[in-house]
Design a protein around this ligand. Structure first.
Ligand SMILES: [Zn+2]
Ligand SMILES: [Zn+2]
Ligand SMILES: [Zn+2]
Length: 139
């Protein structure tokens, strides 16, 4: 957690109350949160940033690779980059769950970077399909 705070100051950002709260909320949730869910959870922490503040803070955090933004089914989701993992996305109920596929891809990333002389900052991987609940509904 403190390492995330440190990354912010190293990246030249100010550790505002809102930024801290956004990071706390994202750390507590581990997986993707939509902007709407994020704002709701900030409210519980008695933080009510206006739309432009939250936009600015999220932009700083994503630009500095502290937070990952992913658009799934037309909704923007955010999650903390620290705890890297991949996702299963249900195309029926739009539920997102995290999945552990080992570190093959992380090894491959290094290879891809080398082969293509490309400085890879991060990657995201989503598997799309139907969760058990939705598959059962279909039968
Ligand atoms: Zn996730
Ligand atoms: Zn589903
Ligand atoms: Zn990965």
């Amino acid at each position: 957690m403190n390492t995330v705070y440190k990354t912010i100051t190293v990246s030249g950002g100010r550790l505002t109350k809102t930024k801290k709260a956004i990071i706390d909320v994202l750390c507590e949730n581990h997986c993707f949160l939509s902007k709407h869910e994020l704002v709701e959870k900030l409210k519980i922490k008695k933080i009510k940033p206006d739309r432009s503040t939250i936009y600015r803070e999220l932009q700083f955090l994503t630009n500095n690779n502290i937070v990952i933004k992913n658009t799934i089914a037309g909704t923007d989701y955010y999650e903390i980059q620290q705890d890297h993992h991949h996702h299963l996305v249900c195309m029926s109920c739009n539920s997102i769950s995290s999945v552990d596929i080992g570190n093959h891809l992380e090894k491959q990333e290094k290879q891809i970077a080398k082969q293509n002389k490309f400085n890879i900052v991060h990657h995201s991987l989503e598997f799309y399909g139907y969760c058990q609940k939705c598959v059962n509904k279909k039968i």
